[in-house]
Design a protein around this ligand. Sequence first.
Ligand code: AMP
Length: 394
Amino acid sequence: MGVKTVDQIEVKGKAVLMRVDFNVPLENGKITDDRRITQALPTIRNVLDRGGKLILMSHLGRPKGGPEAKYSLRPVAQRLGELLGQDVRFVDDCIGTAVEQAAAQLKDGQVLLLENLRFHKEEEKNDPNFSRQLAKLADVYINDAFGTAHREHASTFGVPQLLAGKPRGIGFLIRKELKFLGEAVSNPQRPFVAILGGAKVSDKINVIERLLEKADSLLIGGAMAYTFFLAQGKKVGGSLVEPDKVDLAKKLLEKAGGKIQLPVDTVIASEMTDTAKTQIVEGNIPDGMEGFDIGPKTVERYKNQIAKAKTIIWNGPMGVFEKKPFAAGTKAVAEAVAAVTDKGAVTIIGGGDSAAAIEQMGLGEKVSHVSTGGGASLEFLENGHFSTLDILQG
Ligand code: AMP
């Protein structure tokens, strides 16, 4: 790919406009998890150490198109300052005169964080006028926001498009994500086992189809398994299903020729609570009960397959891992994935809830790569590229 990485671009004395993903969780104005900030530090430091004038832009949460104090990036500026050990300037908008003045005052090696891009609804609409106002700040454009790399927004698409004549590239975080996901898709060491779970089949249909072409087997867990159960004519009680996806699930099973593996037993309960009484069933789930996790026999089967794998991609928990009675399947899979990494397999956790689960279990360091973008990694597995990065070529 002819896209430059930040360290291949001259930044000394230049205004470097960098899109980062600082969409951190906040509670009462306090950052509860600063990983999204720490993950951007290598790229940020690279620019500052080489004398760039760094202007950072990000979104945070889902504001309704105007300023909302609870979605302000101000606490992020403070945290970033602590992590960098230097002052991080902050302006309470991302476009306009005050922003242009603050950007113009930056000296080499200084950094400015702009206020939440999504305080302007034009960001998500990729509005040309809004893009022009952002683009005017930049001599150089860098994208290191993997989590939004699958979205054609102003900051990820319109701005770099307008800056076509200027140096543009990606940061180290996106480079790393593309390396792991790209190699897994294009040139996996085999056996290549994909593990898919989570709530809905509909979110992951395209990925299942794509992975059927690439992977040696697909292990299915989470509620999505029950839509496949319906396709096989099994009873699922009150489990979460998508009846309008049953035909599609049937087609996928036919196409898979045995590559798709479904749970052989299920942890069921009448309620999704921390104190629920559970039972294990094989096959049908009785009326009045719901499936909330893969059962112990399924865990053994999946563990065996995982132990033999050389490449693993995992997206979506095996059950309602947030509740103790239904966490065992996800925990066992996480431990098996960590163990096979130790034996030399390349293991990739595709962001979102499975990333949260593996971090919660303290196994984040024991796998090859935990993606920072759930939706982005799924879309990359599907399409193998992002239009927002394609336009950075040349
Ligand atoms: P997703 O965002 O599609 O990866 O789904 C993640 C969510 O699926 C998590 O919050 C899990 O609690 C939930 N989930 C997993 N298995 C089940 C299940 N059997 N029934 C209901 N929800 C589930």
